[in-house]
Ligand binder design. Structure first.
Ligand code: F3S
Length: 389
């Protein structure tokens, strides 16, 4: 691999031990994937925040890294295991909370913006077309690759952190123009709803694995795109998609010779049936990925003037920034359940609190059984809210 003189100095330890270890990891990953060099990055988004997922081993690792390193590009953080302010209300133990707050403080020490959201692109971390970034969080990186035309691979938590410290990542995969072409055309038929985009993502991810789909027949806004991206990354390993007439690089590629797959409502229904293992729900959770302002506005408009008539728990998950920006709508939602920030239904320890969970997000419905021991109901916001109205 060819390194610049500055990169070689970093690798030789001239900028300190923390930088040396970070660039060593970036170079090692690059060698595995056949990269010829590194590319400077403009931002990073780092996962591996919840105490539930990283445990005490993760804390020791972060304590060690934070002693000798700081990030050198703007870096944001994925959701943690609890709402940093309302964790008691969520049923989180004192011990978990203490460790979780320590993890966030370690990231803060390294200069990471501790936003704790999986939609950093709706806040202050929105890359531009053609910019190289190093993002973890499969839904977010797919969104910036696809809707923005920024360039990132599917980074893991430690890889994204190392790239943030080194200010560089290895130049392979989706950083290179030749790897961003569609691999399959998807002719989609949906009713245009958010929920059907979630199911479409589920069906496409299962069908194509880690390919790059080129969609026809849909016109997703950011909200539909993010729930679809999340589902494709969970049921498959899709890190980028194109949508005809919507995404910035869709027109750049020759589609001749590509296979076309039809996805109609029948396939979407099958995807819903495969995800659903119960009709019961102790917890109904929305906001995977975190709810946008527009989603909260639409939910509040739907719930305005209605009353909650059941004791089933409802959670609305969003970023702190969005929660603080719309107090009136948040107040409407709070009559049905807490609007939680910093966390989500998957990375918080729901397994100690509930047995049956429901969500409109296919991504959440993939992970709630495997990471949270839940039986799951996957359904639309309107149909799930019928349970409590
Ligand atoms: Fe975000 Fe949690 Fe879903 S991190 S994409 S809300 S699983």
């Amino acid at each position: 691999m060819e390194l610049t003189a500055a990169e070689q100095r970093m690798l030789d330890g001239e900028e300190g031990e923390g930088v040396r270890k970070a660039i060593e990891l970036v170079v090692a990953l690059g060698k595995i994937y056949g990269a010829e060099g590194l590319v400077p990055i403009r931002s990073a988004h780092i996962s591996g925040v919840s105490y539930k997922t990283i445990g005490d081993g993760g804390i020791s690792y972060l304590e060690h890294v934070s002693e000798e390193s700081k990030v050198r590009v703007p870096s944001t953080l994925n959701p943690s295991g609890m709402d940093s302010q309302r964790w008691r209300e969520m049923g989180i133990s004192e011990d978990f909370a203490r460790k979780q707050l320590h993890i966030i403080e370690l990231y803060e020490r390294m200069g990471v913006d501790t936003t704790c959201s999986c939609t950093p692109y709706l806040g202050g971390n929105l890359p531009r077309l053609g910019e190289h970034v190093a993002w973890a969080e499969s839904s977010a990186l797919s969104m910036v690759n696809s809707m923005v035309g920024a360039r990132t691979n599917r980074e893991g938590g430690p890889g994204a952190l190392a790239a943030a410290i080194a200010g560089r990542t290895a130049d392979y995969g989706l950083h290179r123009e030749e790897n961003r072409a569609p691999t399959v055309i998807i002719e989609a038929e949906t009713d245009g709803s958010l929920f059907q985009h979630s199911l479409l993502g589920q069906a496409v991810g299962s069908a194509i694995g880690n390919g790059i789909p080129y969609f026809r027949g849909i016109r997703p806004r950011w909200e539909e795109a993010k729930i679809m991206a999340a589902a494709m990354a969970a049921s498959g390993a899709v890190a980028m998609f194109h949508v005809e007439g919507v995404t910035p690089e869709a027109a750049d590629h020759d589609l001749s010779g590509l296979e076309t797959v039809h996805m109609s409502e029948g396939e979407l229904l099958q995807a819903q049936e495969r995800l659903t293992t119960t009709e019961d729900a102790d917890l109904i959770a929305f906001g995977c990925p975190h709810l946008s302002e527009r989603e909260i506005k639409e939910m509040a408009a739907f719930l305005e003037g209605k009353e909650k008539r059941s004791d089933v728990t409802v959670w609305f998950c969003t970023s702190r920034q969005v929660r603080e920006s719309m107090p009136r709508e948040v107040e409407v939602l709070e009559r049905f359940g807490p609007v939680l920030a910093d966390t989500c239904m998957v990375v918080t320890p729901v397994e100690g609190l509930f047995a049956n969970s429901a969500s409109d997000s296919a991504k959440a419905c993939n992970y709630l059984p495997t990471l949270c021991s839940q039986k799951v109901r996957c359904d639309s916001f309107e149909r799930l809210m019928e349970v409590v109205l």
